[in-house]
Write a protein of this length. Structure first.
Lengths: 311, 380
């Protein structure tokens, strides 16, 4: 029955898995590039040359941006609403999309209802209409056919700096096109994965093998030190004896108690006394009787946390 | 009157009834199935209840732009989801795991660490197969980690390497962990002889408190120096264990293995469930991931058992290892160790393998965190 239910849930999960994947946040988007005056560059589907805004997805996941807003006016952040109904309003990992600032939104999802102006600021606003995800200031002296571009840099190309670009690249990656992710490099160098597999198996085995050796040695050392510490234990017994409690007395007490409570109590007390007299450290383990008092301070004592009653 | 009707109409368009799709309803039904099985059968309730309810939450049909969905910035669910996306939750769960794990079985028989290492081949076997099926290396790495049989590690690595596949990977990993008894038993029986199943191993020696304290410190230093990219998981795992074993941080250890891990498990289950939204994804890749996940468990179990058999060729007398603990390198703690015990007692009721199997079992936790660090280092 149990097995049947497990197989049933396996089937359910496999169905679920067909529907599964993930998506990322709108904050992974940024304005990648902006061009105001376009005289000989990109044309839209109507053959017109407009200014344009490029959005870039910085993450390794897919981002849906339907419902977000574009604006060039901070007092009206909801100026252009990107339709939520358009299925193409999404960006794959590290991809970009161009919006034409044609001033005529009736031309389609990717045409804003405003035109770009020098000296203004372009805002990308979250779908709540309030949160500014990213913004780019357009210099008032930006030459024609020059763009303001956010160039990725850094170890993993996850940081961005703003530059003026005389050769705009709408819809293309703004960084070093030859720069590749580690995954892309591995795909070229090790397309079948054998090299990585071999290295990884060696490293995992080596790490755990070294750990095994170290703890083998520590275990041996510990056993030896336990054997050599038997003499000091005798001294301790003697010291305890000076305090009045010898193993013989302890055994006598235990035997007297066993008369009254039976063998189990005798065994338990004998174990506890033996542990105490031999300097045992079984302070916190389960199934071991603890008679060693706590050596920690009383700060952890729950009674210290009680609120004092008002007097 | 017309104003009322108009407003009611407008209200209708905001309701879930007006926005529902068949995918939403299908996902909600699956969520209910998960919850039902968890409650009625008691089957992995700590995971299936939050994940199942999360699926229901994440698939309530709604009008977009209300800023309440898991992928909408600033929403409550989105804020909670950051723990998955940014990878905060898995290390916190590892802290709790460290604080509740007794490594004595491993410390007393350190050679069993190697079985935990051998079982990690499931990760790399799945990685190779995923590449064969056309996945990119980063995606293949994220899929392969399912073979680590460790939900938090799978979520951690997939959130870094292939966020688009995280939902499928997480659900796949948790499902197969729960299915460990079904998957492993036939493999163990097929690969061992009756004589091998009857091998008795000597009782492990008693481990001193000093050794237990040294273990997390040395274990962390060694593994973190070898694979620094595994630092978040390894650091938290060993730190949690030090809290447990030091004996002077009892309250911190109890919090880590109690309230803290409970809170994080609730949140990770809920948000992973909520992230599996039907309208976000419909991908054939997910079926492949599920298949690869199954194969990774099969490979890990097979290699674990065969590795012990091979090792036994060089061992004599009571040094021999019962190959039924080979499966326990799959770090689904403590389920795979429990499978060793149950299968072992089927053939010899007095042969208790649980304590021996716990060694490779917890070694598997360390091994899978190390493997995740390697994959992150090469592909991240």
């Amino acid at each position: 029955m149990m097995r049947q239910s497990r197989i049933f849930i396996l089937a359910a999960v496999s169905f679920l898995a067909t529907l599964s994947a993930g998506a990322q946040n709108l904050t992974d988007l940024l304005i990648g590039e902006v061009l105001v005056e376009n005289t000989d560059g990109l044309t839209d589907g109507y053959g017109h040359r407009n200014g344009w805004i490029e959005l870039f997805n910085t993450s390794n996941g897919t981002v849906k941006f339907g419902g977000c807003y574009l604006s060039d006016d901070k007092s009206d952040l909801r100026k252009y609403h990107i339709p939520t109904s358009d299925r193409s309003a999404q960006l794959g990992p590290r991809q970009s999309v161009v919006f034409y600032a044609s001033g005529d939104a009736s031309h389609g999802t990717f045409h804003t209802n405003f035109k770009l102006r020098r000296g203004s600021t372009v805002y990308l606003v979250s779908n709540d209409g309030r949160t500014i995800i990213d913004q780019v200031e357009i210099p008032s002296d930006l030459p024609a056919d020059h763009s303001v571009v956010r160039v990725p840099y850094g170890v993993k190309e996850m940081d961005f700096k703003t530059e003026i670009n005389p050769t705009p690249t709408p819809g293309s990656y703004n960084g070093d096109v030859d720069a590749k992710t580690k995954s892309q490099i591995m795909k070229e160098q090790d397309p079948h994965g054998w090299v990585l597999t071999l290295i990884a198996v060696i490293v995992v085995f080596s790490a755990l093998l070294i750990l095994a050796f170290i703890f083998g040695w520590i275990g041996d050392f510990n056993k030896r030190s336990q054997e050599s510490s038997r003499k000091p234990r005798k001294e301790k017994k003697a010291r305890v004896a000076r305090g009045g409690l010898t193993p013989e007395i302890a055994a006598a007490i235990s035997m007297a108690l066993s008369q009254e409570f039976g063998g189990e109590v005798y065994a338990a007390i004998a174990m506890a006394l033996d542990d105490y007299l031999s300097g045992g450290v079984h302070d916190l383990e389960s199934m071991v009787i603890t008679i060693k008092p706590s050596t920690s301070g009383n700060w952890a004592d729950k009674t210290q946390n009680f609120r004092q009653l008002p007097r | 009157m017309s104003t009322i009707i108009e407003n009611l109409k407008q209200f209708w368009f905001f309701t879930g009834f007006a926005n529902a799709t068949w995918q939403n309803l299908a996902m909600i039904a699956i969520g209910i199935v998960f919850i039902t099985i968890a409650i009625k059968k008691g089957w992995e309730p700590l995971l299936l209840v939050p994940i199942g309810f999360g699926m229901i939450i994440g698939n309530i049909p709604m009008f977009p732009g209300l800023n309440i969905g898991v992928y909408e910035d600033g929403s409550v669910l989105n804020t909670l989801y950051q723990g998955v996306k940014q990878g905060w939750y898995p290390p916190l769960i590892f802290l709790g795991i460290g604080a509740m794990t007794d490594f004595s079985a491993l410390i007393s028989q350190p050679r069993l660490l190697l079985i935990g290492a051998a079982a990690q081949t499931g990760i790399f076997g799945a990685y190779l197969l995923a590449l064969l099926l056309g996945f990119d290396p980063n995606q293949a790495g994220a899929i392969g980690i399912i073979g680590g049989a460790d939900g938090p590690t799978a979520i951690f690595l997939s959130s870094k390497l292939a966020p688009d596949l995280m939902g499928a990977i997480a659900v796949s990993a948790y499902s197969y962990m729960a299915l460990v008894p079904v998957i492993q038993r036939p493999i163990m029986l097929a690969l061992t002889t009756k004589k091998e199943r009857l091998i008795r191993m000597p009782a492990p020696r008693q481990v001193s408190q000093k050794e237990k304290i040294i273990f997390p410190v040395v274990g962390f230093l060694l593994t973190a120096f070898i694979v620094p990219s595994g630092l978040p998981l390894l650091g938290m795992l060993f730190f949690g264990n030090l809290l447990k074993e030091s004996g002077v941080t009892k309250r911190l250890a109890e919090t880590a293995r109690g309230p803290l891990i409970d809170v994080v498990t609730t949140l990770i289950g809920l948000t992973v469930g909520a992230s599996t939204q039907a309208d976000k994804f419909l991908s054939g890749n997910s079926l492949k991931i599920f298949l690869l996940g199954l194969l990774s468990f099969v490979i890990a179990t097979t290699v674990g058992v065969l590795f012990v058999k091979f090792w036994n060729l060089f061992l004599k007398g009571d040094r021999k290892i019962n190959p039924l603990i080979g499966n326990a390198g799959v770090s689904a703690v403590p389920d795979s160790a429990r499978v060793s015990e149950i299968v072992g007692r089927e053939f010899d009721p007095d042969n208790h393998l649980l304590m021996h199997a716990m060694g490779p079992n917890v070694a598997g936790v360390i091994g899978s965190a190390v493997a995740a660090g390697i994959l992150l280092g090469f592909l991240g």
